[in-house]
Design a protein around this ligand. Structure first.
Ligand SMILES: [Zn+2]
Length: 147
């Protein structure tokens, strides 16, 4: 840990505390690894779909910038965009649940959305993701973000 020169002992202690807080915050935000993601998918499938959605693989991918998640039902594989990393857990869960639902029902018809009705944060998660997309489209002009 690098500490700026010429600090009083009190300042130094405060600095150390700030850095420790930052580290703790980073740790609590740490993303799931692929195996934890698969575990999470299993839990969600059990909780909301009576375990009927059984993916053969669930993993993060970095080559997916226009979709949050995708799946190949024939293979039972699910991929989540790395852009979801660091987003709230309920958002990641929603995308995971969405792709799990596609293993059971293709397309976005009423049967599909009925599957997701059991997840209480569907609307909130969709709103969050829409907000992320909208924010990315804002012009990067000073003052444009309500400063
Ligand atoms: Zn979909």
């Amino acid at each position: 840990m690098l500490i700026p020169a010429r600090m009083s002992e009190a300042e130094e202690q405060r600095w150390v505390n700030v850095m420790l807080d930052k580290l703790a915050a980073q740790e609590s935000k740490q993303v799931l690894g692929d195996s934890e993601l698969a575990e999470r998918a299993e839990q969600l499938s059990a909780q909301y779909f009576d375990g009927r959605a059984r993916p053969s693989s669930v993993r993060w991918v970095t080559n997916q910038n226009t979709r949050w998640g995708s799946c190949t039902p024939a293979e039972g594989s699910i991929r989540l965009s790395h852009r979801l990393q660091g987003m709230p857990e309920y958002v990641v869960d929603y995308v995971l649940l969405h792709e799990l639902a596609h293993l059971l029902v293709p397309g976005h018809g009423p049967r599909f959305w009925r599957l997701l009705e059991g997840y209480p944060r569907t609307e909130r998660a969709k709103g969050y993701l829409e907000g992320v997309v909208a924010a990315e489209r804002l012009p990067h002009v000073p003052g444009a973000r309500g400063e």
